[in-house]
Design a binder for this molecule. Structure first.
Ligand SMILES: Nc1ncnc2c1ncn2[C@@H]1O[C@H](COP(=O)(O)OP(=O)(O)OP(=O)(O)O)[C@@H](O)[C@H]1O
Ligand code: SF4
Ligand SMILES: [Mg+2]
Length: 381
């Protein structure tokens, strides 16, 4: 249940990576503009999905929010404190309340440490002594995330990918944080295991009231777990709305393109669909396009789009879009092949309306028997 208590507020966050030249006197000759002035909020127990194609700045945004990367400018308020002004020492206690789960369950765990010491490390870092001792507390957390506490002394390489991700999740929730950045936590896992890990994250959210910033490029996964969704393109948030509004009434051309690429499990619906094909690659974040960042690939672009930056405007009900010409209606049976305007073709096949397509996507929380269930090969260890 999402609370109305705001826990995180990000204002005008920028992260640039300097490009330097010269071995000794490093001269700055440019910068990679990875995150370009994003604004977002998160309430207690809420999940905000952050989607966009590879290289658009999702991970950098997540890390800058946690100050694992130092933001170039902007403000991150967590539980009312502006953490961008805190010293390293002052950040340490904050870390017990803000955590991260990484994409790769293989490289994110130290192979030389036992599972018990990995999951118990936050107690040592924070100097916290739990009642009953660290070992008991770690075993309790292991049990909570579906790991066998008897395997306290085993090493990460003795576990499967799904089990390793459970270890990563256990480490993140050891100190019962209130906010976790989940950076593509299921992308490296088999589909059957993905659902179990998502169910686990949702159970932990319900139990401990955790807010998630859930980074992913898979829109079906984001739809399953998110309360709200933000769409990112070249370091900008171009659309933000409640999950249902975004998936049924997207306004931004880029969101339409992303949604048209989501596979639908119903073969009849899938056979009728057309994709919106975006021409060209994501432009370089070193030289951002002038005006709207999407203008080089947008089939709707007009003169104004190449000169004026569109601000995020509220279309009602908190549904925000950054576009001079938001798409107000369903795109009909058009096969849109941008970037040139006027290139809309009329194919023989008809594109089903988004509502029909999206009904076929599994919506809401994944259902399963109460407690943690295991697919074949994913039994508790
Ligand atoms: N340490 C760094 N130094 C220089 N550039 C970087 C650094 N880290 C990331 N970048 C650049 O910043 C941009 C955003 O990268 P980021 O990893 O945040 O994207 P992403 O959306 O998470 O992509 P993916 O979906 O592939 O994980 C990319 O162009 C990337 O090359
Ligand atoms: S502002 Fe113009 S270029 Fe940008 S998304 Fe909207 S129509 Fe396309
Ligand atoms: Mg990433």
């Amino acid at each position: 249940m999402v609370s109305d208590q705001e826990i995180l507020k990000v204002t005008d966050l920028y992260k640039k990576f300097p490009i330097t030249k010269g071995a000794l006197l490093k001269k700055e000759v440019g910068s990679v503009n990875a995150v370009n002035g994003i604004n977002l909020t998160l309430n207690e127990s809420e999940t905000l999905g952050l989607v966009g194609e590879s290289g658009c700045g999702k991970s950098t945004a997540g890390r800058a929010i946690l100050r694992l990367l130092e933001p170039t400018s902007g403000k991150v308020e967590f539980e009312g404190t502006d953490i961008t002004t805190l010293s390293r020492g002052e950040m340490v206690p904050m870390r017990s309340r803000m955590q991260m789960i990484f994409q790769d369950p293989f490289s994110s765990l130290n192979p030389r440490h036992t599972v018990g010491s990995i999951i118990g490390a936050p107690y040592e870092v924070q100097g916290i002594k739990p009642a009953g001792g660290v070992k008991n507390a770690v075993r309790e957390t292991m049990e909570r995330v579906g790991l066998n506490p008897e395997h306290f002394n085993r090493y990460p390489n003795e576990f499967s990918g799904g089990q390793r991700q459970r270890i990563g999740i256990a480490r993140a929730v050891t100190l019962r944080p209130k906010f976790i950045v989940c950076d593509e936590p299921v992308s490296a896992l088999d589909v059957s295991i993905q659902a179990q890990v998502i169910n686990l994250l949702q159970d932990l959210q319900d139990e401990f009231g955790i807010a998630y910033l859930f980074v992913a490029h898979d829109l079906s996964v984001v739809r399953q777990i998110s309360d709200r969704v933000a769409v990112m393109y070249l370091g900008h948030i171009v659309e933000q709305a409640s999950r249902d509004d975004l998936y049924t009434h997207p306004y931004h051309p880029y969101t339409h393109a992303l949604l048209s690429a989501v596979p639908v499990p119903d073969p009849k619906v899938e056979a009728q669909r057309e994709r919106i094909v975006l021409r060209g690659d994501l432009p370089s974040p070193i030289n951002l396009p002038s005006g709207c960042v999407f203008s080089t690939r947008c089939w709707q672009a007009q003169d104004k789009c190449h000169t004026d930056v569109p601000e995020l405007q509220d279309m009602g009900n908190g549904h925000k879009v950054a576009c001079h010409f938001p798409i107000m209606e369903f795109l009909g049976n058009s096969l849109i092949i941008g970037p040139d305007s006027g290139m809309t073709e009329q194919p023989d096949r008809v594109v089903p309306p988004p509502s029909e397509v999206l009904q076929s996507l599994q919506g809401g929380r994944a259902t399963r028997p109460k407690g943690i269930d295991y697919a074949e090969g994913e039994e508790p260890i």
